[in-house]
Every structure is written in structure tokens, then in C-alpha cells.
Ligand binder design. Structure first.
Ligand SMILES: [Zn+2]
Length: 251
């Protein structure tokens, strides 16, 4: 098997309303959620899944959000540094979707290929009014960058597969990583915010189509069950506290 390791990269913390986390939730309570990225190393390819928030956005977040926490070490370039990498060493960046807390660091990768679902790319450029506030055009309007626009599931390299998981957004995708010791891991992205989203099949409160979002959660659960794998949620503080974080790796 080609996959060697999976590194969980912490990109800081934000405050988020529970109404945004879980569809149908009415509690206005805010919780502190992690912003997460992952690096996959195979024998010959280095793949990044999501890029966190843009360093440009950090001062504003720290001013406006009392729960925000972004240290120097949380900057994506420093997380990569901690495992001996620079942005130019990343061959491929797979973006789950183009919301600002996932696509904010894409500009760092002008030498890499940027893989996103073509429906996501199209929608992000012309989002509906209700969703426009989550797409910052600066993050993905990157002239001269190499985009690989995917249409549905796609094997990226042996052992690393993009799984279409739309609903949170029109072209959301997750990443299946087949690890030699840990077994299969599905990096859910915002298809599954928390473990509770998976267990109770609750779509995100921030959502484009809740029914499709629910079916995508079910689909990831089916793949995980059939393969004997695990699903890693994107913004779950309890999951994140227990995750093995870079510079250590899931092998
Ligand atoms: Zn999102």
C-alpha cells in the first residue's frame, strides 16, 4: 500500500453557535471549535486536505471572536514546517469545499495542484445570497494556479480517494485515506462537523441542502462500515483533543 502517514494539523480555534453546528438546534450557545487540516504522505506524493483560514483573516477573527485562538504555531506554514515540509513540497491540495475556514490557505500553494469538485468551484464564484458570506473570493480567485476540477468520486493516488459528499455545499468532498496500520480513515470535512453529526446523522446547521447533507453522512458511514474504517469529523473539539497531532502521525 502506497500511503505512509496521515498528519493532523491544527489551524487554531473559533467560536461557533450550536445552531450552526446542528440542523434544527435552537440553542444560541457558542462553543469553541478547532479548525483542522491534514497532510497525507505516500511513497512519492504529498497531499494536503484543506488549508484552514487565511493568515489575513486571523487579526479580524481575534478581534471579533472572544473564543478565537490562533497561535504562530497554528499557521499552516508552521504546521508544515513541524513535519519538515514547505508549501512547495505539497504536490496536491484537496479542498473539501471553498468556505473561508477551509480554503483560506490555498494561495500558499502556487506550485501545487488544487483539487476541488467542479460544482463547488462554480458555486463559490456565484454563491446564493444566503451563503455568500462564507465564500471569500480572494481565497480561490488565484490566477495562474493549477486547478483540477473533479466531477464526483476520484482516485487521487492509490490509497487516497476523493468521495463526493455534497449537501453542506453543492460540491463538498471528503477524502478516504487507506493507512497501512490504522486502517481506512475518512476525512469528512464539513460533511460531519462533530461525532454527534455522524452518530445521529444530523446535517450541519450551516447547510445548502440538509437532505443531501444527511445522505452524504449516511454514505460516508456505509463506506466506513464496509471498509472497517473510521470517520474523522472536521470541527469536533472532543475528537480533536484525542487526535494524534503533527508532528506525530497516524501510520
Ligand atoms: Zn463549511
Amino acid at each position: 500500500m502506497a500511503v505512509k502517514g496521515l498528519y493532523a494539523l491544527q489551524n487554531g480555534f473559533m467560536g461557533f453557535e450550536k445552531t450552526g453546528l446542528f440542523f434544527g438546534e435552537r440553542s444560541a450557545e457558542k462553543v469553541r471549535i478547532p479548525v483542522t487540516c491534514y497532510l497525507v504522505r505516500t511513497g512519492d506524493t504529498t497531499i494536503l486536505f484543506d488549508t484552514g483560514v487565511s493568515p489575513r483573516a486571523v487579526p479580524g477573527l481575534l478581534r471579533s471572536d472572544p473564543m478565537a485562538g490562533f497561535t504562530e504555531a497554528d499557521l499552516l506554514v508552521h504546521r508544515l514546517e513541524s513535519i519538515g515540509l514547505e508549501p512547495k513540497n505539497v504536490d496536491l491540495v484537496v479542498l473539501s469545499h471553498l468556505h473561508y475556514d477551509h480554503a483560506g490557505g490555498a494561495f500558499l500553494f502556487q506550485n501545487s495542484e488544487l483539487a476541488v469538485q467542479q460544482d463547488e468551484y462554480a458555486y463559490a464564484n456565484y454563491p446564493a445570497g444566503f451563503y455568500a458570506g462564507l465564500y471569500y473570493k480572494k481565497n480561490f480567485d488565484l490566477p495562474g494556479y493549477r486547478w483540477r476540477l473533479l466531477d464526483g468520486d476520484a482516485e487521487i493516488v492509490p490509497g487516497v480517494t476523493a468521495l463526493r459528499s455534497d449537501g453542506h455545499t453543492p460540491g463538498h468532498q471528503s477524502l478516504l485515506v487507506e493507512l497501512p496500520e490504522t486502517g481506512p480513515v475518512i476525512l469528512a470535512g464539513d460533511c460531519c462537523y462533530w461525532q454527534e453529526s455522524i452518530d445521529k446523522e444530523i446535517p450541519p446547521g450551516v447547510v445548502w441542502d440538509p437532505t443531501r447533507a444527511m445522505h452524504s453522512i449516511k454514505r460516508l458511514k456505509t463506506v466506513a462500515r464496509l471498509m472497517g474504517g473510521r470517520i474523522f469529523p472536521s470541527h469536533d473539539p472532543a475528537f480533536w483533543a484525542s487526535a494524534i497531532k503533527a508532528p506525530d502521525a497516524y501510520k
